[in-house]
Design a protein around this ligand. Structure first.
Ligand SMILES: [Zn+2]
Length: 478
């Protein structure tokens, strides 16, 4: 490794030495965020925000393809409105931020900064719908929410974060349930196809579900260090909010019925997942489909006549991709290291010798594989290499997930797995929340989900020995 290249990566802690420190190092080094002056709030810098914009654009298209429309709700919620649904307010009370004055005036009723917007959507829907003809309503908003977390980490947990929250209302329970699962599948497909992150799909236990929900579904991803990250959730509220906020409509039989409601969300946390699933000792690695820059062309000996021009003409032939020429006044070694830290999928090296030979060298960020090809072949080879990289990144993540998912058939195996391995442990559970509490207390792990794909590993609960009802994925989570 060239001296400059070495220096550039020296400040990154090796991933397997201290994963948490590695994460912080690469997030800062790749220029994704800066810490702000307000504790727990971060600045998302251009490199980080560009990733979010691509996530947003892609997800938004997927939502709209299912009939969803975007709206915008106020960011403040009056306290009395918030309090109408008891479970929700109790669930969020410890982490809500309040506005108590406006200008010089002390408010007669304090306003909460939205931690989530079920209450606002419910209040709006109650006024807005009258008949079954008004249903369904499939609304989503892109916004930020505030939750006063005690411990914060860039992207993974911050007091303000960006997300989308979809809120739909339906005529029947079946339709709402179907929508809940449909959106979970949108998340799972998006994560696999765009972010190259495989997930386990399932239902949360009652203890882990969203405050006020009848059922919460989740997509759980496994990070490189073997810890789980809840990457998207979808909730079926049944009639709960409809009853609390009086969202009724005239049904087909002329009776007044309550609507059935859902909500679903994905946040800037998934950027954390992207980093922790694919990153390595040199920095982050972005899957080609989501990378803001897919190809960087790096001229070698760029002051020599014809080199810059050749680099620019290569970039011009790759206009189907998000391509950049790094013509800054720094050494190639530095530029290589920077491309690696920033996770740009491909770099193309072009110097006087290459020009003479009519060829260029492509280097893949994830495997560092070098491919030499004729300049005229570049559009085809770049296209194939980006596709192959996207595919192989998902395959690699799938292998990692499979290799770090263990099955425990009894208490001994369950204990052994959490003592000696890192990852998900699949095990049978009786359905009693007391066993969940006990498992959390004893091993520091939580139930991640009851997967849709069930398997009877044994007849008894790994905690209490009583008859087992469900197989559960357990793990340590972010
Ligand atoms: Zn049990």
């Amino acid at each position: 490794m060239a001296e400059q290249q070495k220096k550039f990566v020296e400040s990154i802690t090796p991933r397997d030495e201290d994963f948490a420190q590695w994460y912080t190092d690469v997030v800062l080094k790749a220029n994704l965020i800066a810490y702000s002056n307000i504790k727990g709030f971060m600045v998302i810098k251009p490199a980080g925000y560009a990733i979010w914009e691509n996530i947003q654009r892609n997800l938004d298209e997927r939502f709209k393809a299912t009939g969803v429309q975007n709206v915008y709700m106020p960011m403040l919620i009056p306290e009395n409105l918030m309090k109408k649904e008891g479970e929700l307010v109790n669930g969020f009370a410890p982490e809500v931020a309040w506005v108590t004055s406006g200008g010089q005036e002390t408010l007669t009723e304090r306003l909460c900064v939205r931690p989530t917007s079920e209450t606002l959507f419910s209040d709006f829907y109650a006024q807005d719908i009258h008949s079954y003809r008004d249903l369904p309503r499939l609304y989503n908003q892109w916004c930020s929410v505030v939750r006063w977390e005690k411990e914060t980490r860039p992207f993974l947990r911050s007091r303000e974060f960006l997300w989308q929250e979809g809120h739909t209302i339906h005529e029947t329970a079946e339709e709402a349930e179907q929508r809940t699962q449909q959106m979970l599948n949108v998340y799972a497909d998006f994560l696999a196809e765009e972010l190259a992150i495989p997930v386990v799909k399932g239902r949360k236990t009652d203890k882990e579900k969203f405050a006020g929900a009848e059922a919460t579904y989740t997509v759980e991803a496994l990070m490189h260090d073997g810890r789980a990250l809840q990457s998207g959730t979808s909730h079926d509220f049944g009639k709960k909010f409809a009853e609390a906020y009086d969202i009724r409509f005239t049904a087909r039989d002329n009776k007044m019925n309550y609507v059935y409601q859902t909500s679903w969300g994905m946040t800037t946390r998934v950027i954390g997942a992207l980093i922790m699933v694919h990153g390595d000792d040199s920095g982050i690695v972005l899957p080609p489909r989501i990378a803001p820059t897919q190809v960087v062309v790096i001229p070698i000996q760029q002051r020599k006549e014809g080199v810059l021009a050749a680099a620019q003409s290569i970039a011009a032939t790759l206009s189907d991709y998000r391509v950049k020429v790094d013509d800054t006044d720094r050494s190639p070694g530095f530029k290589f290291a920077e491309q690696e830290v920033n996770g740009i999928p491909l770099r193309i090296e072009i110097g006087p010798k290459d020009i003479e030979a009519g060829s260029a060298v492509i280097c893949r960020r994830d495997t560092r594989e070098k491919i030499s090809c004729g300049i005229g072949e570049l559009p085809r080879v770049v296209s194939e290499t980006l596709e192959r990289m996207q595919f192989e990144m998902l395959e690699r993540a799938r292998r990692h997930l499979a290799a770090h998912t263990f099955a425990a058939h009894n208490k001994e195996e369950f204990e052994e797995n959490f003592r000696e391995t890192k990852g998900f442990v699949r095990a049978m559970w009786c359905g009693d929340p007391a066993c969940e509490d006990k498992i959390k207390e004893n091993y520091g792990v939580t139930s991640r989900c009851i997967p849709f794909e069930q398997e009877m590993l044994s007849d008894t609960c790994v905690c209490c020995g009583r008859p087992a009802k469900k197989m559960v994925y357990w793990g340590r989570a972010y």
